[in-house]
Design a protein around this ligand. Structure first.
Ligand code: PMP
Length: 353
């Protein structure tokens, strides 16, 4: 039976990527495994360079003063790294979800932060709009897609201070003018690869402006100066991410996957809206194309629905505990057929009820 993997992350990856990555575990370079060769070998240095170049190319940021890094410590380490490298006096944070809130709290350890807007009081079911961002702040931090709640920023504030964006759960999924951001970071485990590496894309000119001493491992400039090889990189995660970026490029890049992602989201949300048994969790205009959150109107149908879901090979749609209900995560590698399979179960439930 085909398994439809709607997991929120780590999540579905292209089958051909998993296949190639597993082959490399057995034989990557003259009979040696990817995970038993030196990270300083030419074979691996080529992988790192290709991964960094592909990231910039796909985002349309080549030759625009940006550097791509593959670091460790997850997106959560970026919460503090951003502050250590950019926060001198005060920064603004848009609080759109649990991760945005955590990013803000980490920055608070180092200096002053100001919450420019928040939807916390309504359990983050919309994206705040119309907030002011003082022009003397060091930066504004936003989260493009709120994985847990299923909201996504459709536009970004025009600010004349550095704009920092946590794109962990929607990077490489839609076309944007990525040059509006000065720093983008994303954990690999959604649209890129296995957990273990985090992509950081930073415009070099925003660095080097804080007065504090930054520990080497936390210093973007150190990682840039060492071509993302300051210490041993997570070789398997970087290699697999490179394969996914290659896969995306061969598909036609972000533009091509965006069309598929829009189609998947349309199919999913129209079922949520038209089927009287289900209700969307978020404000319609802020709905995420990556994570669709919804609830079942009647608790009595829960068991039947969940049994049907299981029988159809649908995996990973339970909502996060802070929202409840269901969450269908539709990352780049999830096929339209998987979305159709879920929608079919939802409409079968309606026919049964
Ligand atoms: N930001 C967002 C938007 C996320 O979805 C997540 C994890 N799901 C994180 C940050 C934290 O990432 P990590 O587990 O890699 O630290």
């Amino acid at each position: 039976m085909m398994i439809h993997n709607f997991s929120a992350g780590p999540c579905v990856l292209p089958k051909e990527v998993i296949l190639k990555a597993s082959e490399a575990l057995l034989d990557f370079d003259n009979g040696l495994s990817l995970i038993e060769i030196s990270h300083r070998s030419k074979a691996f240095v080529d992988v790192m360079e290709k991964a960094r170049a592909l990231a910039l190319e796909l985002l349309g940021l080549e030759g625009k003063g940006y550097k791509a890094l593959f670091l460790q410590g997850g997106a959560s380490t970026q919460f503090l790294m951003v502050a250590l490298n950019l926060l001198e006096k005060r920064a603004g944070y848009l609080n759109t979800g649990t991760w945005a809130d955590k990013a803000m709290k980490e920055a608070q350890i180092y200096d002053d932060v100001y919450e420019v807007g928040s939807s916390k009081a309504s359990n983050y079911n919309y994206i705040p709009k119309g907030y002011d961002v003082p022009s003397d702040y060091d930066y504004l931090h936003v989260t493009s897609n709120n994985t847990i709640f299923g909201t996504q920023m459709k536009s970004f504030p025009k600010v004349d201070i550095p704009l920092v964006c946590d794109m962990s759960s929607d990077i490489f999924s839609r076309t944007l003018d990525f040059s509006q951001f000065d720093l983008i970071y994303a954990g690999a485990q959604k649209n890129m690869g296995p957990a273990g590496t985090t992509l950081v894309v930073v415009k070099e000119e925003v660095l080097g402006k804080v007065s504090r001493k930054i520990p080497s491992m936390m210093d973007y400039k150190v990682h840039i100066s060492k071509n993302s090889m300051f210490n041993t990189p997570p070789v398997f995660a970087v290699y697999t991410s490179m394969l996914t970026l290659e896969w995306l490029k061969n598909l036609g890049g972000i533009k091509a996957i965006e069309e598929v992602n829009e189609m998947k989201a349309r199919i999913m949300y129209s079922e949520i809206d038209l089927n009287p048994l289900f209700k969307g969790f978020t404000a319609k205009e802020d709905r995420s194309n990556m994570n669709a959150t919804f609830t079942l109107e009647s608790e009595n149908l829960k068991e039947t629905f969940e049994t049907m879901v299981k029988e159809a090979g649908i995996n990973g749609i339970n909502g996060h505990r802070s929202v409840g209900g269901y969450r269908a995560s539709m990352y780049n590698a999830l096929s339209i057929d998987s979305v159709k399979a879920l929608v079919e179960v939802m409409s079968e439930l309606e026919a049964k009820a």
